[in-house]
Structures are given as structure tokens and as C-alpha cells.
Design a protein around this ligand. Structure first.
Ligand SMILES: NC(=O)c1ccc[n+]([C@@H]2O[C@H](COP(=O)([O-])OP(=O)(O)OC[C@H]3O[C@@H](n4cnc5c(N)ncnc54)[C@H](OP(=O)(O)O)[C@@H]3O)[C@@H](O)[C@H]2O)c1
Length: 390
């Protein structure tokens, strides 16, 4: 039996991971499942998966979790330290599905076990990619990308033919505002921005998809994961979301991975690796496809993507700043403090103030991330004469 842990088990990716595991429950022995504050979701997931332990990051929720799991043999723990211990609990395969930079330390602890770590949690890779890869190499850990685009590339990218890679092509759905004008985007409510046309995901990544900051983060993620020059990473809009990304080789071959818009496929691919296992996810019926199109991104409405390339040439500090400022601005949009279109403007103002200093250790990165968050919050407050979004 494969010993499994899920960090961020109550989220969209965490629940899809639970579905994949429950399709063949006898194959897996679930060690730990974690969440932030969602006690009921965590208790229910721990019981469904017959996990040995459930950990809630918010220390104030310990008693509630204990009550929810009373009468079961599932061990409970709470708080930041307990979350870090959960990531260090021996396992053969760990799903990193926390959202945001809160996942950095848990991801590092998981990697330091020298085990297989499936990473959906893209923000730590964006802010601390070189450190994460170094730690993985030191510990002998195997990182398997779960983000559908990077998982697609992982499936069709042969590191032994690296010199023959012409470019990586990341596909993008374009999100809910692909055909919207700027004024419509300016007046968009959180409810409208959260309505993704193809994928059902957590709130933060859904807003990132609406601004296409998600693709900016993914360009940086791809650069670190596959060690490909940013100039050789392209983005194409593919509204049908059938091709999840491609690798073009120098001989003219383009290898693509296709599938339905269902995270259970990349998760199953990561869980089964290097074998293939069955997924309970939706399957793609090629016969019903009516359209299959690719187009360039309109950078006047989606300025975030070009920021990713600027950040990669500016250095790692800019990537930390891009990610931190974006996390704060997305939260402000969800709290109706700023319009959607302000997110990328705020991020670009913050990037002009980028002064990272040394970023060698996790502490350096977390400290700079926190400074940028404070700066961003101050900027939002200073210039906060935006009329609240209805
Ligand atoms: N959803 C997708 O289809 C998808 C696709 C590709 C990549 N990703 C990436 O995968 C990650 C997870 O996305 P998601 O959509 O699954 O997010 P989500 O639905 O918001 O779930 C996030 C998970 O992280 C936990 N969490 C949040 N803040 C935390 C903190 N401070 N400390 C510890 N745990 C915390 C949440 O617990 P609570 O429930 O208690 O809040 C929840 O279990 C993101 O980085 C995202 O970009 C997602």
C-alpha cells in the first residue's frame, strides 16, 4: 500500500485527490490530511479516507476538530507547527495542495523526506523555485507537477531530448472575460469573476484566471520546473481547454497532452507515476468536439503575462514580489475593496519598488514576501478611493 498525505485536503485539488484515492481505496494508506479552518470538511475527508491523522492549521480550532472526530481513531492536531510536522510525517506520496505562499514551509518539509511530492501549490514554486529544486535534489525527492499545464508538459517532455526542445507552449482558457471589454472587466463583481467557463477551482486561482495572472505565475513555474529559457516559453489562448499544453521540438513535432477539464486526470497521472492508473474523472469524447482553436493573448486587457517575463529577467526578488502583491490584491478584490482591473496595476506599482536583498534561505524569502504584502496593503489603503464593487 502506498502511504499518502494530502496538504490542503479540503480544497478543490485536495477533494479531487480524495476522489482519485477513493476510486482504488485498497491501494492507499492515508497518513495525514490537513486544512486551514474548515473543520467539518477536514473531519469528513479524514473519515472518508480513513486517514490516521487530521491537522488543522488554525490552532484555535483544535477543540472543534477533536469534537468532530470524537468516537473515531483519527488522531488530531492543530497549529502551524502541527502542519509542518504533518508535512514531515513519513509518506511515499504527498499532495501539496495548500493555496498561496502559506504552502512554502510545508512543501519544503515534504521534499526534505526525499519522497514523491505532487505539487499543485504553484505560489511557492513561483517565489522560491530555485530553493525548492535545490532541496529536492539534495534530498533525492521527485517533484511531479500537478498544475494541468505543467503536468501536460511533464507527460510529453523528455529531459534527455532537452537540446531538441524549440519551445514550451502553455495553453490558457482565457477565463470568464476572454471576450469582455475593459469597462466590463472594470465593473466585474467577485461573483462574475469566480465563474470560470471550464474549470471548477478555489477562489484565488479562479480570480487569477480572470486576470490571467494565473498564466503569468505558470510561465515562471514552467521556467523553474523544466529549466527552459523564458524566451522559449509561449502562451496561447485555447478556449476549448482540450490541449493542456505542448512541447515543440526542433524537428517540427509538437507533442500535446489532451483531456477533459478535470483535475482528477493530472492528479491520477501524478499518483500513478511512472505507471498509469484509472481516474474517476470525466473523459474526453473527441467526436463531440466542434472547435479547436488557438490565439494570441490580448496584452492590453491582460497585462499580467508580460510581467512574468519582466520578473524572470529582473531576478527572483521580482517573482516573490509579483506573487505576494498579487495574493494581497486578489484578497482585496474578493473583499470588494478594489476593482478587478486594479489587481495588475497594483502589482506593477509594487514591482517598481522591488528591492529584495539576499534571498538564499526560506526565512529570507518569507521575510521579503511579508514586506511586499505590507507595502501592497498600504498602497491599497492610500489609493483606496475606489467605489466599492456592487
Ligand atoms: N483548483 C484547481 O483546479 C487548481 C489547478 C491547478 C493548480 N491549482 C493550485 O493548487 C493550489 C490549491 O488550489 P485550490 O483551488 O485547491 O485551493 P482551495 O480550494 O482554496 O483550497 C486550498 C486548501 O489550502 C488550505 N489552506 C488555505 N490557507 C491555508 C493556510 N494558511 N495554511 C494551511 N492550509 C491552508 C485550505 O484549507 P481550508 O479549506 O480550511 O481553508 C484548503 O484545504 C493553489 O496553489 C492553486 O493555484 C489549483
Amino acid at each position: 500500500m502506498k502511504r499518502i498525505s494530502i496538504l490542503g485536503a479540503t480544497g478543490s485539488v485536495g477533494q479531487s485527490t480524495a476522489d482519485v484515492i477513493l476510486a482504488q481505496p485498497r491501494e492507499y494508506d492515508v497518513q495525514v490530511v490537513t486544512a486551514h479552518r474548515n473543520v467539518q470538511g477536514l473531519a469528513e475527508t479524514a473519515q472518508r479516507l480513513k486517514a490516521k491523522k487530521a491537522v488543522i492549521a488554525d490552532a484555535g480550532k483544535f477543540q472543534e476538530l477533536k469534537d468532530a472526530l470524537s468516537g473515531t481513531s483519527i488522531d488530531c492536531a492543530a497549529g502551524e507547527e502541527a502542519l509542518l510536522e504533518a508535512a514531515s510525517q513519513p509518506a511515499d506520496w504527498i499532495m501539496a495542495a495548500i493555496v498561496g505562499m502559506a504552502g512554502l514551509r510545508p512543501v519544503l518539509n515534504a521534499i526534505r523526506q526525499g519522497t514523491v511530492v505532487a505539487i499543485a501549490n504553484k505560489e511557492p514554486l513561483v517565489a522560491a523555485g530555485p530553493l525548492i529544486l535545490q532541496e529536492a535534489a539534495k534530498a533525492g525527492a521527485k517533484i511531479i507537477p500537478v498544475d494541468s499545464e505543467h503536468n501536460a508538459i511533464f507527460q510529453v517532455f523528455n529531459p534527455e531530448s532537452r537540446t531538441g526542445v524549440e519551445r514550451l507552449i502553455l495553453t490558457a482558457s482565457g477565463g470568464p472575460f476572454l471576450r469582455a471589454g475593459l469597462s466590463e472587466m472594470q465593473g466585474a463583481t467577485p461573483e462574475q469573476a469566480l465563474r470560470h467557463p471550464a474549470w471548477s477551482m478555489g477562489a484565488k486561482i479562479s480570480i487569477d484566471s480572470a486576470t490571467m495572472m494565473n498564466k503569468a505565475l505558470e510561465v515562471i513555474e514552467a521556467h523553474y520546473l523544466f529549466d527552459i529559457d523564458p524566451a522559449d516559453i509561449d502562451v496561447l489562448i485555447h478556449p476549448q481547454c482540450i490541449v493542456h499544453s505542448m512541447v515543440e521540438y526542433t524537428d517540427g513535432s509538437i507533442l500535446a497532452q489532451m483531456g477533459a477539464s478535470d483535475m482528477r486526470t493530472p492528479i491520477a497521472s501524478a499518483l500513478g507515476w511512472p505507471q498509469r492508473i484509472a481516474s474517476p474523472g470525466r473523459k474526453l469524447d473527441l467526436k463531440v468536439l466542434k472547435e479547436f482553436t488557438f490565439e494570441d493573448v490580448d496584452s492590453s486587457r491582460f497585462p499580467s503575462i508580460s510581467m512574468a517575463y519582466d520578473c524572470l529577467s529582473a531576478g527572483q526578488g521580482a517573482c516573490v514580489a509579483l506573487n505576494a502583491a498579487n495574493e494581497v490584491a486578489v484578497e482585496a478584490f474578493l473583499n470588494r475593496e478594489i476593482p478587478l482591473t486594479e489587481i495588475s496595476r497594483i502589482v506593477s506599482v509594487i514591482l517598481e519598488k522591488n528591492e529584495p536583498g539576499s534571498l538564499r534561505t526560506p526565512e529570507d524569502i518569507i521575510c521579503y514576501d511579508e514586506r511586499v504584502r505590507d507595502l501592497t496593503r498600504a498602497l491599497i489603503q492610500q489609493t483606496g478611493q475606489w467605489s466599492r464593487v456592487a
